[in-house]
Design a protein around this ligand. Structure first.
Ligand code: FMN
Ligand code: SF4
Length: 493
């Protein structure tokens, strides 16, 4: 993962945990209205993909155990991982693109209700993403994947000159062109291939929302409102309390919002046009599920890429989404493909390997500011803009929050309405209950070194280094494929 060039290893913030009496009157543990519902606390576990779905995208017993474990800590809200809205194969990622996924989702919703005694609201994060391929081997790419064009022939003629046989390249067979390209070094390939061909060779092919020559990309604005609406309807049918539309990070909807979106069909270019499809998705979902269901979205306070959206764009979008009828806004940061590192041959690019990825899940190896609460300023500004426009919907902040004091201060300063913690909740799913009982000293603290994120990157079942080797020989412990890591945190006894 990318780390800031002048990195410093930061110590975890000092903690002074509250007594049970202090916690009982804390802002963080006070209720908050989210649309027509009330969350019992302003604590929130944001979406985290744990790689536990079946290869066909179904809820498994491991998925249920994972969320039931978080529910035992009784946060105000748990958001279930990014769940695909299409009925297309996408490996062990949860899907809700067909009615056959509803029974599994219903089992999941019931398990969370049981484990939290009905105290935790369960939301589903609905995602759409475009195709991405693995970085190919050089031989495979030039022998099989690259579509040979006249420009390759012209390029070879230019490059190889008379000795290379200028006359022969315009009429050369595809096979000859492929062989000649395969023999070129990286420097010459960079001069000869188009930008997209070079990207497909060096990093792996990736579709973009601006590929208007592809019919299924051109038609995204026609199909996505319906697909999101179908997915939301299924989630509510399964017993979920809310739906979080995934408008953040590297995926389709965030790409529509991005300042890099220059679609020429009224869905790109100026900010109002970039917000058009997200607004239509919100309208489509709302029309389908009605006014009494909780719908919100997660989007970026800053894309953290050259030429991308900044905070002022996020403030504009926040107001637009509130006006479109969302019930909450959850702010994240970065996590883009544009600055992702080159993957190894055979692996796909991963949008959390560059600076924008660092900003999404910052570690203790950080710059002077440190990783703690790095997104708070973004959320505060979005909240200020949304409130100033006359909307009171709650704003959720996450990013490097791992103590009670941080959360209380954010709420006391009015910088957000709900304070979320992903990695700290993974390190200790019981931490909310421990604090409430005045036993904060027992909280297993997140070290913010991203062992969990590295597992996610390798598409391995996500666990936490603070507990995954603990009490492995106890009977009935579910382990990963290697048998060396337990899959859920040990119980708090
Ligand atoms: C293993 C892992 C998986 C994640 N999966 C998702 C996801 O599915 N959707 C999403 O919006 N964010 C995802 N995130 C980002 C988190 O929700 C959160 O924004 C980020 O970790 C920063 O918050 P934290 O400092 O409290 O961990 C993931 C994070 C981790 C560590
Ligand atoms: S693996 Fe590390 S960064 Fe991830 S939750 Fe555990 S302690 Fe935190």
């Amino acid at each position: 993962m990318w780390t800031p060039p002048d990195r410093i290893k930061h110590a975890l913030p000092q903690v002074g945990w509250p007594t049970a009496a202090e916690a009982a009157v804390a802002r963080w543990f006070s209720p908050v209205a989210i649309g027509p519902l009330v969350a019992r606390q302003r604590t929130w576990v944001p979406a985290m993909v744990p790689w536990r779905a079946s290869d066909e995208g179904y809820v498994t017993d491991d998925v249920i155990a994972w969320y039931a474990r978080f529910a035992a800590g009784r946060p105000g809200v748990i958001v279930v991982e990014a769940t695909g809205i299409r009925d297309v194969p996408s490996g062990p990622l949860l899907r809700i693109g067909h009615d056959r996924f509803i029974p599994g989702m219903a089992r999941l919703a019931a398990a969370v209700r049981d484990a939290s005694d009905g105290e935790t609201l369960l939301f589903l994060q609905a995602i759409d993403f475009l195709a991405i391929r693995r970085r190919p081997e050089k031989r495979k790419y030039f022998e099989r994947f690259l579509a040979i064009t006249a420009s390759h022939r012209e390029g070879l003629a230019r490059l190889l000159g008379p000795d290379g046989g200028v006359e022969r390249w315009p009429g050369a067979s595809d096979e000859e062109v492929r062989r000649a390209l395969l023999d070129l070094d990286e420097h010459h390939l960079a001069a000869l291939l188009t930008e997209r061909e070079l990207e497909a060779y060096e990093v792996g092919y990736r579709e973009r929302i601006t590929d208007l020559h592809l019919p299924h990309i051109r038609e995204l604005p026609e199909v996505l409102p319906g697909l999101f609406a179908d997915a939301a309807e299924r989630a509510f049918c399964a017993g979920f309390d809310g739906v979080e539309l995934h408008f953040a990070h590297a995926y389709t909807m965030a790409s529509f919002l991005s300042a890099k979106n220059d679609r020429s069909d009224g869905y790109g270019g100026p900010r109002e046009h970039r917000a058009r499809l997200p607004r239509e998705v919100i309208a489509g979902v709302r029309a389908r599920v009605g006014p009494d269901r909780v719908i919100g979205c997660r989007f970026l306070g800053d894309e953290v890429i050259a030429g991308g959206n900044r905070l002022h764009d996020a403030c504009y979008f926040g107001v637009e989404f509130a006006r479109a009828g969302l019930d909450f806004l959850s702010i994240s940061k970065g996590g883009k493909f544009e600055d992702a590192k080159q993957p190894k041959v055979g692996a796909a690019a991963y949008p959390y390997t560059g600076e924008s990825g660092y900003e999404c899940m910052p570690t203790v190896f950080s710059d002077e500011r440190g990783p703690f609460g790095r997104n708070v300023g973004l959320a505060a500004e979005v909240k200020r803009a949304v409130n100033a426009a006359g909307f009171a919907i709650p704003v959720v902040v996450a990013g490097g929050i791992g103590t009670f004091a941080q959360a209380e201060e954010i709420l006391a300063r009015g910088e957000a309405d709900i304070v979320a913690a992903a990695r700290q909740s993974l390190a200790d799913p019981d931490w909310f209950r421990k604090i409430l009982r005045g036993r904060g000293g027992e909280v297993r603290r997140c070290e913010f070194t991203n062992y969990c994120e590295a597992l996610d990157q390798q598409h391995k079942q996500v666990t936490c280094q603070r507990w995954d080797r603990e009490a492995l020989d106890e009977p009935g412990i579910a382990r990963d494929a290697s048998g060396r890591r337990r899959l859920i945190a040990p119980p708090w006894r």
